[in-house]
Design a protein around this ligand. Structure first.
Ligand code: ADP
Ligand code: TZP
Ligand code: MG
Length: 265
């Protein structure tokens, strides 16, 4: 995936406006839905098992975010992934807080094992914990740097036949034959809740148009986040400005600002 392919993928999202089903957490439902709309996609947030059988065939991708798990929701998440598999839909898994409780760790692993077309997007500590190594998380926040999660990420690529996006100061995208490093974004982004969850939701929009590496969403979020940060004195305005910069992001801005390094194996 290079700069031009990322620009083409963004154009495809805006043209196709894919419907993205999100089973996500109470904290970020609004951020994620607005992020998808600003990008040019259509969000639907739903978690009742009673409608998943009708919804999954209609959507381009399913995003599963375990941020505010409980047993009732786990059943819906498993049902959604099973339906996604049946209908050939991609799944994005955001293992929020993986490693912090056994509920989160075991559920993330079960969902990852179940999904057939999978992208895992987590911060470094979540990726390390998902792979079974010792992580330094603080609740849902990472205390590890992205590079420290690379070998865990590579393990997950093999174990779950998935692409893995490790977000943070650098976003590292790992796949079977690809290793991409993106260094956009801004250090103020972690001061707004739901930035990572929004990235996972956007990853669903790109997956729906066939971009299964995870790189395009990270690129768009990184450049839009950087642009938003440059006009935001603090987290409150950043949250709002991000929606505007996502909405206004164009090919020229990506061309001029995206910092991407691709290594193919
Ligand atoms: N120190 C940083 N510098 C630049 N961008 C960052 C930094 N930390 C996070 N980001 C960006 O914020 C977004 C969310 O990533 P992250 O904070 O790792 O996720 P999460 O909210 O799940 O912990 C990503 O686009 C990432 O690139
Ligand atoms: C604070 C919090 N608690 C449970 S889910 C959640 C939101 C996490 O969002 P993100 O990982 O995108 O910052
Ligand atoms: Mg997160």
């Amino acid at each position: 995936m290079n700069k031009q392919q990322i620009i083409t993928a963004l154009k495809a999202v805006r043209e196709q406006k894919p419907l993205v089903l999100n089973i996500t957490n109470y904290v970020v439902m609004n951020n994620s839905a607005n992020g998808l709309l600003a990008l040019g996609a259509s969000p639907i947030m739903a978690h009742s098992q009673d409608e998943l059988e009708e919804l999954v065939p209609l959507v381009g991708a399913v995003v599963i975010n375990i941020g505010t798990l409980d047993s009732h929701w786990i059943e819906s998440m498993e049902a959604a992934v099973t339906l996604a598999n049946r209908h050939g839909k991609p799944v994005v898994l955001d293992p929020v807080g993986c490693g912090v409780s056994s509920l989160r760790t075991h559920t993330s692993r079960r969902l990852a094992a179940l999904a057939e077309r999978l992208i895992i997007r987590g911060n470094a500590s979540e990726i390390i914990a998902l792979a079974g190594a010792a992580a330094n998380s603080k609740g849902v926040d990472a205390m590890d740097g992205s590079e420290a999660a690379v070998s865990a990420g590579q393990q997950l690529v093999q174990q779950y036949n998935a692409n893995v996006v490790i977000s943070g100061e650098a976003d590292i995208i790992l796949g079977e034959n690809v290793d991409i490093r993106l260094t956009n974004g801004h250090a103020i982004m972690p001061f707004v809740t739901g930035m990572g969850c929004t990235l996972s939701a956007l990853t669903g929009a790109f997956a729906a148009v066939g971009e299964m590496s995870g790189a395009a969403a990270a690129a768009v979020m990184g450049v839009a986040g950087e642009q938003a940060a440059s006009i935001s004195p603090g987290p409150g305005s950043l949250q709002l400005n991000l929606l505007d910069t996502l909405y206004r992001l164009d090919a020229e801005t990506l061309e001029n600002h995206l910092s991407i390094e691709v290594t193919t194996a």
